[in-house]
Write a protein that binds this ligand. Structure first.
Ligand SMILES: NC(=O)c1ccc[n+]([C@@H]2O[C@H](COP(=O)([O-])OP(=O)(O)OC[C@H]3O[C@@H](n4cnc5c(N)ncnc54)[C@H](O)[C@@H]3O)[C@@H](O)[C@H]2O)c1
Ligand SMILES: O=C(O)CC[C@@H](O)C(=O)O
Length: 387
């Protein structure tokens, strides 16, 4: 029985992917084989030795200690694109809210709610201070052209915005999906200097952390509107609040609340609702559960963020999955261990990713006792699993 430990609320349609009687899932598990998580932080988590995989039902993996997982031989998965449409739709709302002062205007209405028949008159008299510009004809800069950024860039064209996109690492599939009418910015500086609206769609990494700060804001247009549906850490809150105070930034819309942002003028704070639709919660949970099943049952890897993608159709009697360092002589040592035990290899495949590599072997006969221990002791082998 495979045990899955759930660290956040996971959509039932994802949990239905696990066959009853073969899998159990709960918030507490004695010897979990895998963890399913959304936004809970695992940075302080003591991984049980039984854990082979972590599946993030979502895109961002900055809540997971990826390097530590790799060193422990734990495969980390995410669900690319599964919640992109949900985020795109909320970004559209964010664009409109950043331009038209709908949020403060609604708040203002509650101050005149006891004025009886005078309300319509007060509305017509007071509404002038809530005027805001149209999107049509304005320049939108999209930083990060992945699953979400491409969708945002494309839909903004339907508002007749002039769209600029920046992503030095853009994937081939994103390049196919993006509209040809999007202008290619050759640097992030170009976005900062050119655009009236800037929206962030990059992961939080050491490279992107704090990218919106006093210095970068100083290169932007006066009255720029900034949207952050990616991660709170991309923006230095104190710097953007100072820029709002000076009028340099007209509005900041973020999906990542912090005490200093809540209630501030010209800041629209949303409680991390980007992916909170039933559709995206189902998509993410289903994709994450399918990835876990394929890995736990067959050792096949799809959508891992720390190990290579590698799948092989099953053959032979026993399958071995070996996570090892990406250094010379590893494959020969793995195969030598099998040949020393007179095991014929029916099929095998290997792929590397950065410092790590993964070898899948289908053996034609059962493995003798002790073989796994012998293989595990090879220098550079991190984890050996039988499937
Ligand atoms: N608000 C939410 O609920 C919510 C939901 C989903 C994702 N997110 C966040 O949005 C981010 C993007 O999601 P996605 O699904 O589009 O991911 P993605 O991996 O499909 O796209 C990220 C893109 O950023 C690009 N990139 C990386 N570093 C960059 C840099 N320095 N400059 C420019 N581009 C860079 C990558 O090349 C990639 O194309 C996630 O990492 C996550 O943090 C938030
Ligand atoms: O699980 C969520 O609600 C948010 C997920 C989102 O931040 C992501 O990175 O995919």
């Amino acid at each position: 029985m495979y045990q899955i430990k759930l660290l956040n609320k996971i959509s039932p349609s994802g949990l239905d992917v696990f066959p009853k009687g073969q899998y159990s899932y709960a918030e507490e598990a004695q010897s979990p084989d895998a963890i399913m998580v959304r936004s809970a932080s695992l940075h302080e988590y003591e991984f049980e030795p039984s854990i082979k995989a972590v599946a993030r039902a979502g895109a961002g993996v900055n809540n997971i200690p990826i390097d530590r997982c790799s060193e422990l031989g734990i495969a980390v998965f995410n669900t690319p694109g599964a919640n992109a449409n949900a985020v795109k739709e909320l970004v559209v709302a964010g664009l409109l809210l950043s331009a038209r002062k709908v949020v403060p205007a609604i708040e203002w209405l509650s101050t005149i709610k006891d004025e009886g028949d005078a309300v319509p008159g007060l509305v017509e008299k007071g509404k002038g201070k809530f005027a805001g510009p149209e999107l049509k004809g304005k320049k939108l800069g999209v930083i990060g052209l992945g699953a979400i950024g491409v969708m945002v860039a494309n839909i903004a064209r339907h508002f007749e915005m002039e769209v600029y996109g920046y992503d030095p690492y853009m994937s081939v599939s994103a390049a196919w999906a993006i509209s040809r009418s999007i202008n290619h910015a050759s640097s992030v500086k170009e976005i900062f200097e050119t655009c009236d609206f800037i929206t962030l769609h990059v992961p939080q990494t050491p490279e992107t952390k704090g990218m919106i700060n006093t210095e970068s804001i100083s290169t932007m247009k006066h009255g720029v509107r900034i949207l952050n549906f990616a991660r709170g850490g991309l923006v230095v809150n104190a710097d953007i609040l100072a820029a709002i105070d000076e009028g340099k930034v007209a509005c900041y819309v973020t999906d990542f609340p912090s005490a200093e942002l809540i209630g501030q003028k010209n800041v629209v704070v949303i409680p991390h609702l980007g992916a909170s639709t039933p559709e995206s919660e189902d998509n993410c949970a289903t994709m994450a559960a399918e990835e876990l099943r394929e890995y736990l049952e067959n050792g096949n890897i799809k959508n891992s963020v720390n190990l290579p993608s590698l799948s092989m159709e099953r053959s032979g009697k026993v399958r071995l999955g070996v996570i090892h360092r990406n250094v010379p002589n590893m494959i020969s040592q793995v195969t030598q261990t099998l040949s020393d035990a007179h095991i014929n290899i029916g099929n095998m495949t290997n792929k590397s990713r950065g410092d790590y590599a993964y070898t899948l072997v289908d053996a034609d006969s059962d493995l003798p006792a002790g073989l796994i221990d012998t293989m595990q002791k090879i220098e550079g082998v991190i984890r050996v699993t039988i499937y």
